[in-house]
Design a protein around this ligand. Sequence first.
Ligand SMILES: *Cc1c(COP(=O)(O)O)cnc(C)c1O
Length: 360
Amino acid sequence: MSRIFNFSAGPAMLPEVVLERAQSEMLDWHGTGMSVMEMSHRGKEFLSIADKAESDLRALLSIPDNYRVLFLQGGASGQFAGVPMNLLGDKRIADYINTGAWSKKAIAEAKKYAQVNVAASSEAENFTTVPAQDQWQLSDDAAYVHITSNETIGGVEYPFTPDTGDRPLVADMSSTLLSRPIDVMRYGVIYAGAQKNIGPAGLTIVIVRDDLIGHARVETPSVIDYRVQAEAGSMSNTPPTYSWYIAGLVFQWIRQQGGLASMSALNQRKAESLYAAIDASDFYQNPVDPNCRSWMNVPFTLADDTLDKTFLEGAEQAGLMFLKGHRSVGGMRASLYNAMPEEGVRALIDYMHIFEQQHG
Ligand SMILES: *Cc1c(COP(=O)(O)O)cnc(C)c1O
C-alpha cells in the first residue's frame, strides 16, 4: 500500500513511530506480560507510565511548580462547563472572546452557569481575524477571561497572548497545544482535548494554577472538580489509561524531535508553504487575516465549488485523506498537526498544482 497522509482535524494523525512502539508493546508492556489496557490504574506499572507522561509534558511546556496537570475525560466540551463550575467562585460574570465556532460553543455552555459578557467578537468580520486587544471590553469583576487560542474550523489562531490583568486567562488550546512554545505563566487555565495534537480521543488535559483550585460550586460533579482530581492525581475515578499512555509516547517523541522549538519551526514552515501556494493562485482562496492564520488548520476554497467533489476524489486517490472542510463551512481544510511530515504538505501542494492545471 502506498503512503497515506491524513489531514483530519481530529481524531488525527499520530507519529508513525509512536504507533509502532505501541504495537510492539501491545501484548506485553516491558516484560509484564500485560497490555497497558489491562493494567490497574493504581498498580505501580501504570503509575510509572502516568508519572513519566506528566513529567515529560511539564518539561516540554516548562510548566511551573504552582500549576497542576490533570488527565481527565469529557473532552474540551466537558471543560466548557468545567471552567465556569470551577472558577466562578462567588462571582457571577465571565468574559469570553468570540472568534468562531468553538468560542460560540464555549459561550453557550458557560451561559448555563455564568453571566457571560462577550468582551470582543470578530463575528462582523465573519470570524476571519482575532479582535485586537485594545478593543476588548473586559468586565471589572469577571471571574476569568476565556479565549479559543486556535479556531479549528475557521483556521484562526491568536498571534499574541492577551493581557487580562488580574483576571485569570483561560484558553481552549485543543488544536494548538504542543505546536509551539507558550508561556504557561500567562494563563490561569489551559485545557485541550487530546485527539487533535496530543494523542487518541478520550483524554483531556487541564493545566491549572494552584490558586484557582478549590472554588468549585457545590453541585460540580466530582470528576470535573479540579480540587478533587488534583488531590487524587487525576484518579478520583478510572482515568483513560490507554490514551494517557499513548499521549506519553507522543510527549517522548516530541522531546526526541528537539522539543517545542523544533516543532514550532517545522509547523511554521509547513503552514507557510501551504498558504504561499494558496495565495499564489486565483484558483484557491483562504479568507483569514494573514496575521491570524492558523499553523494547524488551513481551510481553503476552490474558486469554482462545483469542482469540490472532483478535488476530494482525486486527493483520496493520491493518498491525501480527510481534506473535506467542516460541514458548517464547506470547501477544504488541511490540518497540519505535529505528526504531519513536510513530505505530506509537499504532496498536497503538488496535487493542488496539478489539479489547477487540469481544471483551472
Ligand atoms: C475539537 C475541539 C473542541 C471539542 O473537543 P471535544 O474533545 O470533542 O469535546 C473544543 N475546542 C476546540 C478548539 C476544538 O478544536
